[in-house]
Design a protein around this ligand. Sequence first.
Ligand SMILES: Nc1ncnc2c1ncn2[C@@H]1O[C@H](COP(=O)(O)OP(=O)(O)OP(=O)(O)O)[C@@H](O)[C@H]1O
Ligand SMILES: [Mg+2]
Length: 152
Amino acid sequence: MSIILRKILSQSPQETVQTAVDFAKNLKAGDIILLEGELGAGKTTFVKGLAKGLKAKVSEVNSPTFVLMNIYKGRIPIYHFDLYRLERPQELDSLDLDEFLEGDGVAVIEWPKRLGDNTPANGHWVEFKHKGENTREICISCPLKPQQKSSR
Ligand SMILES: Nc1ncnc2c1ncn2[C@@H]1O[C@H](COP(=O)(O)OP(=O)(O)OP(=O)(O)O)[C@@H](O)[C@H]1O
Ligand SMILES: [Mg+2]
């Protein structure tokens, strides 16, 4: 369950990038962002904006198709997952997912539902819908329950 924080009608990739730059201002270590939407919906474009907002190199951002995860160095690390090719959640068993999901940086996941039962419950959902060649509806939700975090 989550509540919708913002709904944006983006008219260009640049507008999607700027939406993410604004969103990135409030991000902190341990935050999880789940990007939902079909192929070409704008998920990776949004990650470019997150990287820009977190002062990482935007040129390094691409969908980590074969390695499942890319790391970008910003004011905090960005762990960028693309799980499109994940066939079973168990394929990630060799990776200590929790280390990245609630660690020292921000975790951003394309195709998060590939995680099945392990889909994080405390993430921000960002949903992209194709509305036209250059138009995308972007819905940003926040978790209903405040994120559980220890203070030390
Ligand atoms: N308003 C818009 N916002 C974002 N992307 C847009 C917009 N208008 C057009 N585009 C184009 O749509 C494409 C979005 O590609 P992107 O790689 O971000 O999608 P994706 O959701 O990550 O896809 P995949 O599931 O294949 O990884 C880009 O070619 C981009 O230029
Ligand atoms: Mg992508």
